[in-house]
Design a protein around this ligand. Sequence first.
Ligand code: 4NP
Length: 164
Amino acid sequence: MKKKKILFVCLGNICRSPSAEAVFKGLLENIGEKDRFYIDSAGTDDWHKGEPADKRMQKHAVKRGYRLTSISRPFETEDFDKFDMIIAMDFENMVELKRRARNESDLDKLYMMTDFSRKFGYGEVPDPYFGGDDGFELVLDLLEDASAGLFDFVNGKKKTENNQ
Ligand code: 4NP
């Protein structure tokens, strides 16, 4: 069976998108669906290329049982060919991804992570990099919520209020 390929994208690929990758993989593992998916993450910038996830993000993620193992890599145009869905964390990421899209088919693959929110009304996953503990916790709250909605979306279930 063909795997569903999903790429999570933020700015540096050291806070939000590696967390999205770990949270969504965790959900898939819990429900025994891991083999149906290929999940990765990338950053629109290459400043942190080759680095592990931010230590603060790792600390908060570990408290919820997620290990952030991915190494930062920049988004590449070829990712539009490799993935079925490309999911941006914030508006700035989305603008950059749209700028890099080559055609309608590329644009059709773009989503905001918060499109899949169930409980939360945020329009984006805010950048936690220059803030404190609360920002990292909020990232994880939003990602856990939206991951469940994303799984339902991929499985053809009805969207929630936020992403109708
Ligand atoms: P991320 O967070 O996009 O969630 O990985 C950031 C990481 C690094 C920077 C900004 C945001 N930075 O300015 O270096």
